[in-house]
Structure formats: structure tokens, C-alpha cells
Design a protein around this ligand. Structure first.
Ligand code: G
Ligand code: G
Ligand code: NA
Ligand code: MN
Length: 254
């Protein structure tokens, strides 16, 4: 299938939408924030997963347009929810390294926030270690500008790759999301408990919040809570949900 041509018409024909997966406080299980996840419902290809089309969009350069669409869509939705008087809740957005590397990235985001009348503190950007392909000084500069807008910055899929921890901790990040593969290894012989413990200790020494992602069992839930992860996310607790389902959660919270 020609996914590149498909993506081109997806943008034009409104085949893209965003779902939101809740994150919870591990101690109280209260809703803490949301992660926006892109979906593509193609009439000819059915549901194509982002795991499939994001890499293609990165190769073709379409990720810039797609990424801009997601940012706008999330800001629009946030503004709608806030106008309805729902409890303001932060939404995290996955950002491709190519999108983040663009010279106008922060300026564009500033304008977007202004256009939607949204305070930057209701947004968070999720970046992976692939961001390190860029020059560290320029990454740090952009991150400082984002923090000045109130925008949170999390490192996604942390522990999945082999970038030195020390690199990340020179950057003004706010949150570390521990990769699902480490969570799945908890409680097993030669498991990842000590690695998670070390990440949590380092993160807390730098005042960073820790999210355990990919929680699928109560055993994992208990482990990560005991290990000091303050936020949890995963199919056990909630799947990615359509905006109207999330809206009901927000109403219950207000
Ligand atoms: O939602 P799902 O588990 O199928 O996502 C698969 C991958 O696609 C994940 O790595 C996720 O971070 C990524 N992804 C989902 N939505 C977006 C998006 O809006 N932008 C980018 N750059 N990646 C996304
Ligand atoms: O790379 P990133 O962490 O952004 O990937 C997010 C993807 O992980 C989403 O597409 C989401 O559907 C998926 N996901 C969320 N929770 C779970 C879970 O508990 N188990 C698994 N296998 N995938 C999950
Ligand atoms: Na993510
Ligand atoms: Mn992740």
C-alpha cells in the first residue's frame, strides 16, 4: 500500500483523530494527566497504527505536517474542555525529533498557545532519546524556552535504549517515563527491579517526576508504587480513549 499517498489524503480528508490515555497518581489512583495518541482511520486501509505510519511519515517528511496537526488538535480540544469549565488537565504530546529540531518549533508553539488562549502549563511534550541526534546545546536552549512557557518535558521510553543517563539529566526535563520493557521485567529472576530503583533514585534527586508506563498487571502496579513511581499508565488502568469518554472522566473530576 502506498502509505505516503494515503497520509497525504488523510490530512486533507480528516481521517486523523486523537485518542487520550489517562495517567494516574499511583497512591490515590486519581487522574493526573493524559497522553495524546494519533490515530488514522483510512477508508481503504482501515485502522493503520502509528507504529506503522509514523516511521514512514518521518522518512517522507510528512511528520512535520502531521505533528503540527496533532499539536493544533490537542490545543483546540483543551480550549474546548476549559471553556466547558472542566478541571484543567495536562495533555502530553509525542513529538518526533525531526519536528523538535525545526528552527521555528518553539515560536510556532507559542503562537498556537496564544491562538487557543491556552496556558503552556497544560501541555507536555514527550521526547525519546532519539532527540540526542541533535546538538545538545540547541536541545537545551529549546527546552529552556519551552519551560519558560510552562510547557512540561518528559523523556519517553526511558531505559529502552543505551543513552547515558547523565545526558538526559543535563537537560531541563520535568518527567521521566520508564519504558514498558523494564516494567514487564519487574519481579522476575534477574529482573529489572534494581534498574527501576536506580532510575527513580536519580530522577528524584533531580526533582523529576517518574511515570511507569505499560502497567498490565496488579503485581506491576504494586511494584512500581513500592519503588516510588508517582504516576502510572497502562492497559490495566485505562486504554487510550476517544475525546468524549475522556470528557466524562473530566466532568466526574470537576
Ligand atoms: O498508540 P500506539 O501505541 O499505537 O503508538 C505507537 C507509537 O507511535 C508510539 O511510539 C507512540 O509514541 C507513537 N505516536 C503515537 N502518536 C504520536 C504522535 O502524535 N506523534 C508522534 N511523533 N508519535 C506518536
Ligand atoms: O512510545 P510510547 O510510549 O509513546 O507508546 C505509547 C503506546 O503504548 C500507545 O500507543 C499505547 O497504545 C501503548 N500502550 C499504552 N499502555 C500500554 C500497555 O499497558 N501495554 C502495552 N502493550 N501497550 C500500551
Ligand atoms: Na509517549
Ligand atoms: Mn512511552
Amino acid at each position: 500500500a502506498d502509505l505516503v499517498a494515503g497520509l497525504r489524503s488523510a490530512l486533507a480528508n480528516q481521517e486523523l483523530y486523537v485518542v487520550y490515555q489517562p495517567l494516574f497518581a499511583s497512591s490515590t489512583r486519581e487522574l493526573a494527566s493524559l497522553e495524546a495518541l494519533l490515530r488514522w482511520s483510512s477508508p481503504s486501509l482501515d485502522e493503520v497504527s502509528p507504529g506503522e505510519f509514523i516511521p514512514i511519515a518521518e522518512d517522507s517528511g510528512q511528520i512535520i505536517e502531521l505533528g503540527a496537526w496533532v499539536l493544533n488538535e490537542v490545543c483546540r480540544q483543551q480550549a474546548v474542555w476549559q471553556r466547558q469549565g472542566l478541571a484543567p488537565t495536562r495533555v502530553a504530546i509525542n513529538v518526533s525529533p525531526l519536528q523538535f529540531a525545526r528552527p521555528g518549533f518553539v515560536e510556532d508553539l507559542r503562537h498556537l498557545l496564544g491562538r487557543h488562549g491556552l496556558d503552556g502549563r497544560w501541555l507536555e511534550l514527550e521526547l525519546t532519546e532519539r532527540i540526542m541526534l541533535n546538538d545538545l546545546a540547541s536541545i537545551a536552549h529549546k527546552m529552556r524556552e519551552l519551560r519558560a512557557l510552562g510547557v512540561g518535558i518528559s523523556i519517553d521510553d526511558f531505559g529502552a535504549g543505551n543513552t547515558a543517563l547523565s545526558y538526559f539529566f543535563q537537560l531541563p526535563i520535568t518527567t521521566v517515563k520508564i519504558d514498558r520493557s523494564l516494567i514487564q521485567g519487574l519481579g522476575q529472576a534477574h529482573g529489572s527491579d534494581r534498574v527501576v530503583q536506580a532510575i527513580v533514585a536519580l530522577a528524584h534527586s533531580l526533582d523529576l517526576k517518574v511515570v511507569a508506563e505499560g502497567i498490565e498487571t496488579w503485581a506491576q502496579m504494586t511494584s512500581v508504587t513500592d519503588l516510588g513511581c508517582e504516576r502510572v499508565q497502562g492497559y490495566l488502568l485505562a486504554r487510550p480513549e476517544q475525546a468524549d469518554v475522556v470528557q466524562a472522566r473530566l466532568s466526574a473530576k470537576s
